[in-house]
Design a protein. Structure first.
Length: 121
């Protein structure tokens, strides 16, 4: 997948391709070209990781808003927690609380330096 980055700096959400089955791991690499010269190897910075899909409790899918967020946090579902917080930040009624929870979560896992960055499309 090739992603054209927006001009504004911030945190960009990427959705995995395809459907990951429960219990299956998906490994990924994200590479940024930080210069105009595609032939210069030093212009590329990469990071790799993995994501695993777990079968959530059936009650998680039925919960809404902050209840769904709390259930995802308690279940240790990192991707879902971030996705829910991102979604709640787009809702005027929940934006302020979701933003403060977002900052607290990222700060708690050592990502405080980017916690205030805006979410970009």
């Amino acid at each position: 997948m090739v992603v054209n980055l927006p001009a504004a700096p911030g945190i960009l959400a990427l959705k995995p391709n395809g459907q990951l089955q429960p219990g299956q791991d998906d490994r990924w690499t994200f590479t940024l070209r930080c210069g105009a010269d595609a032939d210069d190897p030093s212009a590329f910075i990469s990071v790799s990781g993995a994501i695993s899909r777990v079968q959530p409790a059936t009650n998680l899918a039925k919960k809404l808003g902050s209840d769904r967020l709390q259930a995802a946090v308690e279940a240790g579902l990192w991707y879902d927690t971030l996705a829910i917080l991102s979604e709640l930040q787009g809702n005027e009624a929940t934006a302020n609380l979701a933003r403060s929870e977002w900052v607290a979560l990222l700060s708690a896992v050592g990502l405080g330096s980017i916690a205030q960055a805006p979410l970009v499309q």
